[in-house]
Design a protein around this ligand. Structure first.
Ligand code: SAH
Length: 488
C-alpha cells in the first residue's frame, strides 16, 4: 500500500498525528482485531472533529467482511477497501479529496485476478521481501473466515512470479518469502511449469492413493523454477503451507534446493483426530506426523513451527492433551497458540462456543508453560555455534538484525555496512526470542562490550519480532500509515 501511494505522489507521515490520511489495515481472523479497530476509529473520530479533512480509510479483511456495515456503525470512516482493491487506493483517495462521498469497494477480482508486484525502483525494497504467488482459499476449515474474506483460490502465472523475483534480486534482494493462504496448493494458470521430480509419487502409509492425488500441486515445480531462474537469490521461504500439500515432491524439493530455508511453519491446529475432523482440516494426526517425518528425514537440520487453536467447540481436556503430546513429539521450535474465536460466516458457528474463556486461557497458559522452557533451552544451546545470518537491516542504535536459515533472529554489531550480506557469526547470548552474536570475520568485529547494548536492542525486538512466540499475535490488527507485514 505504501509503495502504491508513494508512487502516486503521497508521502509517508513519520507519526500518525502528522498524517492527513490514515489507513487502518485490518485482520479479521479473530474477534480481538474488530475490537481494536473500533477503538482506533473512535480515537481518530475525535481528532476528525478538530481536523475535518482528515481521511479515515479501513483496508484489509475486516473491511471486506463488514463493508457498508462499517460505514453505518462509524460514519467518520471515509473509505473501506477490500484486499483485492488496494491498487485502486490512489484513485479513490483522489476522488474523495475532490469532494467525493464515503465509499466501500470490496469486490473480488475473480475473473481477472491482479497481484500487486513490488516496485524495486523506489529503492525501498529491503534485502528480505515478500512475493505473492496465490490468493484466496479453497479449504473450508470450519473455524476460518478467510474463504469468506478472500474468496476462491487464484494463482499468479509462474512467469510473472519469476520475473518479479529476478527483478528483485537484480535490485539487491537476497531473500524472498512466497506468500499465499495455502501457498503450497499453487498451480500455474498458464501451465508453463515443467513437472517437479517425484510429482504423483506418494508412499504415504496414512493417506490413500486417491486422496494423495488430490494433494498434488505445482508448488514444488514453482520452487525449482525459481532457483533455476534467479541464481542470485540466497534464501527462499514460503508461508503458509497446508499440511495436506506436503507431498513427496515437496519433500524432495526441500532435499534438493539448498537455498530453501531450514524452517517450515506448518499449522497443525490440533493433535486430536476428532477435533481435526470437526475443524475440517482434511488430515489426521498420523498424516501430519508421517509427512513431517519424511521432511525431517530429507532435511535433518530443518526446524518446524506451528499454529494451534485451543478451546475449539467440544474440545475435551483429553483432546487438548493430544495437542500437547504432539507438540512434545514434533519438537516445534515455535508454537503460535490462539484461543478459539467464533467468526461470522464460518461453519463452526453451529457448533457453539462451549469452552469458557477462563478454560481457554488455562489451556493456553498450560501450552506455553510446557513449550517455553524448550524454546529457551534450544536458543541457549546455540550459544557458541557459528551460524550464517542474512542481515536484513540496521536499527537506530546501529545494531544489525538478521535471521539464520532456521529463522532465529540475531542481533549483532559490525564495523562495516553488512546489510543484505550473508555473514558467518558466532552466537554469544540467547534472549527470550532472539540471539546476539559477533562476526566471525575479525576485521568486522566490534568490541564485545557492545553486547549489553545489543541486549537492549534484543529486548525491544521482542515486541517487534515477527516470530515472537507469545499469544501477542492476537494483537494483529494493524494500524497507522505504516504498512504492516502481510497478515495471512
Ligand atoms: N492459512 C493458514 C491459516 C492462517 S490464519 C492455515 O490454514 O494453516 C493464522 C492462524 O490463525 C491459523 O493457523 C489458526 O491457528 C488461527 N485462527 C484462524 N481462525 C481462528 C479462529 N476462528 N479462532 C482462533 N484462531 C484462529
Amino acid at each position: 500500500m505504501a509503495e502504491i501511494l508513494v508512487a502516486a505522489g503521497h508521502r509517508e507521515a513519520k507519526l500518525v498525528e502528522f498524517a492527513d490520511t490514515v489507513i487502518l489495515n485490518t485482520c479479521s481472523i479473530r474477534e480481538k482485531a474488530a475490537q481494536k479497530l473500533r477503538s482506533e476509529v473512535g480515537r481518530l473520530a475525535m481528532r476528525k472533529r478538530e481536523q475535518p479533512d482528515l481521511m479515515i480509510v479501513v483496508a484489509g479483511c475486516l473491511g471486506q467482511q463488514e463493508g457498508e456495515k462499517l460505514l453505518k456503525s462509524a460514519p467518520e470512516i471515509d473509505l473501506v477497501v477490500g484486499p483485492d482493491n488496494i491498487a485502486a487506493l490512489p484513485a479513490l483517495i483522489a476522488d474523495f479529496e475532490l469532494g467525493g462521498t464515503a465509499r466501500v469497494l470490496t469486490e473480488f477480482d475473480l475473473d481477472a485476478p491482479r497481484f500487486l508486484a513490488s516496485n524495486p525502483a523506489t529503492g525501498r525494497t529491503p534485502p528480505a521481501t515478500y512475493v505473492t504467488v496465490m490468493k484466496g482459499c479453497d479449504e473450508r476449515c470450519s473455524f476460518c473466515i478467510v474463504p469468506h474474506t478472500r474468496g476462491a483460490e487464484r494463482y499468479r502465472p509462474s512467469r510473472e512470479i519469476i520475473d518479479e523475483i529476478s527483478l528483485l534480486v537484480a535490485s539487491g534482494v537476497r531473500e524472498v518469502t512466497l506468500l499465499g493462504q495455502t501457498v503450497n496448493s499453487y498451480r500455474d494458470p498458464n501451465a508453463e511449469l515443467p513437472r517437479a521430480p517425484y510429482t504423483g509419487e506418494s508412499r504415504w502409509q496414512h493417506t490413500s492413493r486417491i486422496v494423495a492425488e488430490a494433494d498434488e500441486s505445482e508448488f514444488p515445480a514453482l520452487l525449482w523454477a525459481i532457483v533455476q531462474h534467479a541464481p542470485g537469490l540466497l534464501r527462499l521461504r514460503y508461508t503458509s503451507p497446508h499440511p495436506r500439500h506436503l507431498t513427496r515432491a515437496l519433500v524432495e524439493a526441500h532435499r534438493g534446493i539448498s537455498i530453501l530455508a531450514k524452517h517450515l511453519h506448518l499449522p497443525v491446529q490440533s493433535g486430536n483426530n476428532a477435533v481435526l475432523k470437526r475443524m475440517i482440516r482434511r488430515y489426521t494426526r498420523e498424516e501430519y506426523v508421517e509427512r513431517t517425518a519424511a521432511l525431517l528425514d530429507a532435511v535433518p537440520d530443518l526446524v518446524l513451527s506451528t499454529d494451534v487453536i485451543v478451546g475449539f467447540p467440544g474440545e475435551t481436556v483429553e483432546q487438548f492433551q493430544d495437542t500437547l503430546s504432539l507438540i512434545d513429539e514434533r519438537e516445534f521450535v515455535g508454537v503460535f497458540a490462539f484461543k478459539y474465536s467464533p467468526r461470522p460466516f464460518t461453519p463452526a458457528l453451529k457448533l457453539g462456543d462451549d469452552i469458557s474463556e477462563a478454560e481457554k486461557s488455562n489451556r493456553l497458559a498450560e501450552l506455553f508453560a510446557r513449550h517455553d522452557p524448550k524454546r529457551r533451552s534450544r536458543l541457549s544451546s546455540l550459544v557458541g555455534s557459528v551460524q550464517q545470518v542474512l542481515i536484513e537491516g540496521q536499527k537506530a542504535d546501529g545494531a544489525y538484525t538478521g535471521r539464520t536459515a532456521r529463522n532465529e533472529i540475531v542481533h549483532l554489531a559490525a564495523k562495516a555496512d553488512i546489510t543484505g550480506k550473508l555473514v558467518p557469526v558466532r552466537i554469544a547470548l540467547a534472549f527470550k526470542n532472539s540471539l546476539a552474536a559477533e562476526t566471525v570475520d575479525e576485521s568486522l568485529r566490534v568490541d564485545a562490550r557492545e553486547l549489553p547494548k545489543l541486549a537492549r536492542t534484543a529486548d525491544r525486538a521482542k515486541v517487534e519480532a515477527v516470530d515472537d512466540v507469545t499469544p501477542s499475535r492476537d494483537e494483529s490488527a494493524g494500524a497507522t500509515t505504516r504498512v504492516q507485514l502481510p497478515v495471512l
